[in-house]
Design a protein around this ligand. Sequence first.
Ligand code: R5P
Length: 297
Amino acid sequence: MADTDGLKVAKNYHVNEPFANQDGFYVKGANSLDWGMKKHLSNIFDPKSGNTVMFAFDHGYFMGSTAGLERLDLLLPTLAPYVDVFMGTRGAIRSCVPPQITKGIALRVSSGSSMLNEDLSHEVVAVDIEDCIRMNADCMAVQTFIGADGQLESLDNLSKVINAGMRYSIPTLGVVAVGKQMERTDRFFKLATRIVAEMGVQLVKTYNCENFEEIVAACPVPIVVAGGKKLPEKDALNLAYTVMAKGAHGVDMGRNIFQSNHPIEMAQAIRKIVHEGYTDTQAYEFYQDMISDHAKE
Ligand code: R5P
């Protein structure tokens, strides 16, 4: 057992100081990567704003058919103009995303549990690197369960995917999982995001929490934030604004887009925050204007 008694509390996050090793390439922590990695990261993070709007529709990998995602074939083409990256499973992407849609692809490669399991933390790597290459994946998403029963398996999965990604210059997206029993404190997210980053991922997906700016500061690669459970639109826009103001490089949002009564307008409003610096209040006004314009048509 490591001697953790008497550990000093980390506190010097220098949240107002920009990431230091940033000369030459705009994506955080990616300076020393090769051209292929940088090209994929440029397909994810807009070179002008440096940020991304990822649309997550991978829920079916453990939830099956989900409200709002019943017909991926109908939904995805309508949202494509308003998001930067599609995040889904290979089954959903191959069957429902027309290949002429030129969006970044975040391919979910871990799976192995379902809603019927009490413990979701046991997964395998379900997609091999050759298929990620065939699908032109811009990153490979692996769920990591820090502090859960399946921690070792998920870190093993993560390291295998990172190793394969390094061989073929495909970034890995480390997804920090939160389970029923797992804390959602800044202490947990500081631990989990940093472990995942030190394993070698090129981007991290996590959740908002108290002191989020410290999580961002201590994570040497870009963080994108999951939306979580469906919120009223105003609150979801506030979430997006808050995390962007605290240093996130985008959102990876699912339910707060596809379960909205107005998914297209919601994606457009989020885009305004992520790429154009709108406040949540401005973005909500924009959202309402878009809906009323739509109603008049
Ligand atoms: C969960 O692990 C999945 O990766 C989802 O993609 C993720 O939770 C984002 O979707 P939502 O915004 O609905 O939470």
